[in-house]
Design a binder for this molecule. Structure first.
Ligand SMILES: NC(=O)c1ccc[n+]([C@@H]2O[C@H](COP(=O)([O-])OP(=O)(O)OC[C@H]3O[C@@H](n4cnc5c(N)ncnc54)[C@H](OP(=O)(O)O)[C@@H]3O)[C@@H](O)[C@H]2O)c1
Length: 278
């Protein structure tokens, strides 16, 4: 049996098994299965021992272990090193390598979303654009790294707990940090990387009502949350006439890149797999 896992705590709500088992079936990977497993922090060491064994081929890592897993790994790829965040493990030559596919997953979607019309004309579409990020949790370094990869050079960040925003400046010294509740006068892209909005009707208490389309062309509001499909943050943006995008395609893309690392197959993101998240 070739086993794949997603580990975290809590883990009940993870939709990764649904996606990966769909692809396992679609691409006829016999004797393979993808499961979720709740892991306590004190058991990470044992898990690593288990991965060094024969059964487990690949692992996805989710909250709260994307950083905590790093000391147990033999090597990190470029994205994992830059972000100090690992969401995918793969064993090769008895070494466990940590990868970060959240970065590429988000990168693909931001390229699609901004600017909608002339991406192909601009090699660095985000150069000179103001980008405001809310949150400084485990996923935020992946978002910053992907934005930088697209040429972003004006990233402003705010987090409820300011020390965590300042921690991120150790990885990305060029970040500008604002107190929670403050916002730039105007920005081109606003990204919610907080978990505020996971519960219906919950909202980030920052007023963007003057960020309307007439004031600034191509304003994009992006929420990493995809369930609910439209958070209050996105709904208000849509009603103002801004462009909006949720985190669904990012989630599918990060899964696609993880599957590719493990199997060498780049799975198709078709309607069947998109529907699995509805
Ligand atoms: N689409 C995707 O593929 C994808 C991938 C990864 C994550 N996500 C989503 O991204 C979000 C963050 O994930 P994560 O792994 O970074 O989580 P995390 O490490 O737990 O970080 C949570 C973030 O939310 C902030 N926050 C929580 N409650 C808040 C409140 N009431 N008011 C203000 N800020 C609050 C935290 O601020 P403090 O530091 O002050 O606590 C922190 O910045 C989650 O919703 C997750 O589902 C999506």
């Amino acid at each position: 049996m070739r086993k794949y896992l997603v580990i975290g705590n809590p883990i009940e709500h993870s939709l990764s098994p649904l996606i990966h088992n769909h692809w396992i079936k679609k691409y006829n990977l016999v004797d393979s299965v993808y499961e979720k497993r709740k892991v306590e922090e004190k058991n990470l060491k044992n898990l690593i021992k288990e991965i060094k064994g024969d059964e487990i081929v690949g692992v996805n890592v989710t909250v709260p272990y994307k950083k905590l897993i790093i000391p147990f790994l033999d090597e990190l790829d470029f994205s994992a090193k830059e972000t100090q965040s690992v969401n995918t493990l793969f064993k090769t030559n008895n070494k466990i390598i940590g990868y970060n596919t959240d970065r590429a997953g988000f990168g693909d979607t931001i390229r699609e979303a901004y600017p909608l019309s002339n991406v192909s004309m601009e090699p660095q579409p985000l150069k000179g654009k103001c980008i405001f990020i809310l949150g400084a949790g485990g996923v935020t370094s992946s978002i910053i790294s992907a934005l930088k990869g697209e040429g972003a050079d004006n990233i402003i960040l705010s987090n409820r707990t300011k020390e965590k925003a300042n921690e991120l400046r150790k990885l990305f010294p060029e970040l500008e940090v604002l107190d929670w509740g403050k916002r730039p006068t105007i920005c081109n892209i606003v990204i919610n990387t907080t978990s505020v909005g996971l519960t219906k009707d919950e909202e980030v208490k920052i007023d963007f009502s003057d960020y309307d389309k007439s004031f600034h062309k191509n304003l994009l509001f992006y929420d990493l949350i995809y369930n609910p499909k439209e958070t209050v943050f996105l709904k208000k943006a849509r009603l103002r006439g801004n462009k909006t995008m949720n985190g669904k395609m990012m989630f599918l893309n990060q899964a696609k890149y993880a599957f590719n690392i493990w199997t060498n197959i780049m799975p198709e993101i078709d309607d069947d797999v998109i529907k699995l998240l509805d």
